[in-house]
Design a protein around this ligand. Structure first.
Ligand code: S3P
Length: 198
């Protein structure tokens, strides 16, 4: 990676963003804010945003709950794997939000590691639970105790998400603050890979 691109900052001054030659893939549990933060991060970086879940729904012509209901989770994961591979094989650098289980799939994780920069939006249980409670569109949380289900998913998934290139902790702060933190973390990462220490 070399060179820099210039982007507009919120205050209208110009600031140099280190050159980005790979898609940034947001990973993390349901409710971490991958889509909302991803969309704003893309704007901040001046690149396009794409949401894997929406692309899966478009390809299947059904919503995610309908896919789970009609074909089951393994079929959903197959579709997810195909869609993420296709998106990462396209010669476009963008921000890609993925569903919470995508990075858990060995093949999907490998293609992300090979072709993109993985960024884990790490949140605590209460933050996640508060956010997912606002909507009932997540098949995996249709259980008697969704908070316990989330906790269980955290236990299984957080050690795998930890392989991401960048980790940003998100808290209950204004979304602009999180976007700024994420943007800074991306810049720091790009600088560190441009100028590796001995
Ligand atoms: C899932 C997360 C969902 C969606 C599907 C499965 C998961 O996406 O892909 O319901 O396995 O954690 P979000 O993380 O965007 O809610």
């Amino acid at each position: 990676m070399s060179g820099t691109v210039t982007t507009q900052t919120q205050g209208n001054e110009s600031a140099a963003t280190p050159a980005l030659d790979r898609t940034i893939v947001l990973v993390g549990l349901m409710g971490a804010g991958k889509s909302s933060i991803g969309r704003r991060l893309a704007q901040r970086l001046g690149i396009a945003f794409v949401d894997a879940d929406i692309e899966i729904e478009r390809a299947a012509g059904r919503t995610i709950p309908e896919i789970f209901e009609a074909f089951g989770e393994p079929a959903f994961r197959d579709g997810e794997r195909r869609v993420i591979r296709r998106l990462l094989e396209e010669p476009v650098v963008r921000v890609l939000a993925t569903g919470g289980g995508a990075y858990m799939d060995d093949e999907t994780r490998h293609i992300i590691q090979e072709r993109a920069i993985a960024l884990w939006l790490k949140a605590d249980l209460d933050t996640l639970y508060e956010r997912v409670s606002r909507r009932s569109n997540r098949p995996l949380l249709k259980t008697d105790d969704p908070k316990a289900t989330l906790r269980n998913l955290m236990d299984r998934r957080y050690p795998v998400y930890a392989a991401a290139d960048i980790i940003v902790e998100t808290r209950r702060v204004p979304i602009e603050t999180t976007v700024e933190n994420v943007y800074q973390a991306v810049c720091d990462h790009l600088i560190s890979v441009e100028t590796p220490t001995a």
